[in-house]
Design a protein. Structure first.
Length: 164
């Protein structure tokens, strides 16, 4: 058996149990984490039973092409916004076989922060069957690696909380 040593592994394992029990598939749409949520999930042996796919949409073009995000909204609101996070999670559902999805878009740093969106700002969106989209903004402290780790852990924890 594979040894799970990262704290996010326990979240991923419990998430997998909840999804499998409910017969649901998960998709991810990630920007600032660069696929880190999908990577944490696929460290769990057997995750192919409940994880469908991950979209790493780092650029504006990839958000438009892969997830159907509206180009004009990227211009009007910026990639790090509630509007874009919600469109990303809707796109993940629409372009996969999943019934559950999470999307993250943020500024991990060290550059890219603005007064209204400092480094560490991350917008999340989650979609669950028969429920409206849940969205939330968080401001994580630390360097790039710390922001990315915190983003992955928060995304997984909120998925698990809403499935239980």
């Amino acid at each position: 058996m594979t040894q799970l040593t990262d704290p996010r592994d326990e979240l991923s394992l419990q998430l997998g149990i909840a999804l499998k029990k409910q017969g649901l598939l998960l998709a991810t749409a990630e920007s600032c984490t660069g696929g880190g949520i999908a990577e944490a999930i696929t460290r769990v042996p057997g995750s192919s039973a409940w994880f469908d796919r991950g979209f790493v949409t780092y650029s504006y073009e990839s958000k438009v092409d892969m997830l159907g995000v509206k180009r004009e909204d990227l211009v009007d609101f910026g990639a790090v916004s509630e509007q874009i996070a919600k469109q990303m999670v809707e796109g993940a559902i629409a372009h996969s076989r999943a019934q559950v999805a999470v999307a993250v878009t943020g500024i991990a740093g060290p550059d890219g922060g603005q007064p209204d969106k400092p480094v560490g700002t991350v917008w999340f969106a989650w979609k669950f069957p028969k429920k409206p989209i849940i969205s939330e903004v968080c401001h994580f402290p630390g360097d790039r690696a710390a922001v990315r780790r915190a983003t992955v852990a928060h995304a997984l924890a909120k998925l698990l909380h809403n499935l239980n």
